[in-house]
Design a protein around this ligand. Structure first.
Ligand SMILES: C[S@@+](CC[C@H](N)C(=O)[O-])C[C@H]1O[C@@H](n2cnc3c(N)ncnc32)[C@H](O)[C@@H]1O
Length: 225
C-alpha cells in the first residue's frame, strides 16, 4: 500500500534546482506576455491568442525547439505548449519573443491536470505528445502519461476529426500506446499500425538522444471519430 494515499501519481519528477538569474528573468519578463496563468478550473485558451485558429496542444515540449519550429511552419494554427520544466519554458519564451511567434503560447502546469480541469470538450484540433518520459521499469508503468483514462480524456477534448500524434523511441512504450489507443472507441488509428514516417513533426531533442543510442522511432497518429 502507498504511504501517501492522497498523493497523485505524476508522469514527471521535478529535478530542477534553482534557476539562474537569466532563466528567472526570462520567466519574470516574458511569461506575463506569452504565458498563460492557470489558477485551476476551466479556461478559454482560445481568447489568449491574438486571432482565432484551430488549437493544437503540445504536451511536454522540453526546451521547445521542435514546437517553435512547428508554430513557425503552421501560421494557420494556434499552438499551446504545456510543460512543468521551467528552464525549457524560459528558453521557449525567449524564442517566441525573438521570432515573433504570435501563434504560440505556453502554460506551466501538469498537462494531465490541465486536460482534466482546464480544457473543454471538443476544444482542440490536435494533441501532440512527443517522446514522453518512458518510465521503463515495470513498477513505474503507472507513471506513464499515456493511460486508458488519459486517452479517454484526450478523445473527449478533441474535436471530431481532430488528431492525436504520439511518438516514442521506446518500443515497449510504443506498443503500450498503440494497444491502449486502439482500445479507445472514439479514436481511430489512421495508419492501422505505426505511421510510415514522422509526418510534419520535426526531429526533437529527445528523439536525437534516442537515435544516438541506436533506438528506433515510432509515430502513432489517431483521429477523433
Ligand atoms: C523526455 S522529455 C521530451 C521533450 C520533448 N518533447 C522532446 O521530444 O525533446 C518529456 C518532457 O515532458 C515533460 N512532462 C512530463 N510529464 C508532464 C506533465 N504531466 N505535464 C507537463 N509536462 C510534462 C517533462 O518535464 C519533460 O520535459
Amino acid at each position: 500500500m502507498s504511504d501517501h494515499p492522497h498523493r497523485p501519481i505524476r508522469s514527471f519528477v521535478r529535478r530542477e534546482g534553482r534557476l539562474t538569474a537569466g532563466q528567472q528573468r526570462a520567466l519574470d519578463d516574458l511569461y506575463p506576455r506569452y504565458g498563460i496563468d492557470w489558477p485551476g478550473g476551466p479556461i478559454d485558451v482560445a481568447t489568449r491568442f491574438e486571432r482565432s485558429a484551430p488549437l493544437v496542444l503540445d504536451i511536454g515540449f522540453g526546451d521547445g525547439e521542435a514546437l517553435a519550429e512547428m508554430a513557425a511552419a503552421h501560421p494557420g494554427r494556434n499552438y499551446l505548449g504545456v510543460e512543468v520544466y521551467r528552464t525549457g519554458t524560459g528558453r521557449l519564451l525567449r524564442r517566441i519573443e525573438s521570432e515573433g511567434l504570435d501563434n504560440l503560447r505556453v502554460l506551466l502546469a501538469d498537462a494531465s491536470e490541465l486536460l482534466r480541469d482546464g480544457l473543454a470538450s471538443e476544444s482542440l484540433a490536435g494533441v501532440q505528445l512527443f517522446f514522453p518520459d518512458p518510465w521503463t521499469k515495470k513498477r513505474h508503468h503507472k507513471r506513464r502519461i499515456v493511460q486508458s483514462e488519459w486517452l479517454a480524456r484526450v478523445a473527449d477534448r478533441l474535436q471530431p476529426g481532430g488528431f492525436l500524434h504520439m511518438a516514442t523511441d521506446w518500443a515497449d512504450y510504443a506498443e503500450w500506446m498503440r494497444t491502449l489507443a486502439e482500445a479507445e472507441p472514439r479514436l481511430e488509428n489512421l495508419h492501422g499500425g505505426y505511421a510510415p514516417d514522422a509526418g510534419d513533426r520535426p526531429e526533437t531533442r529527445f528523439e536525437r538522444r534516442g537515435l544516438r543510442k541506436g533506438h528506433a522511432v515510432f509515430d502513432l497518429v489517431l483521429r477523433r471519430i
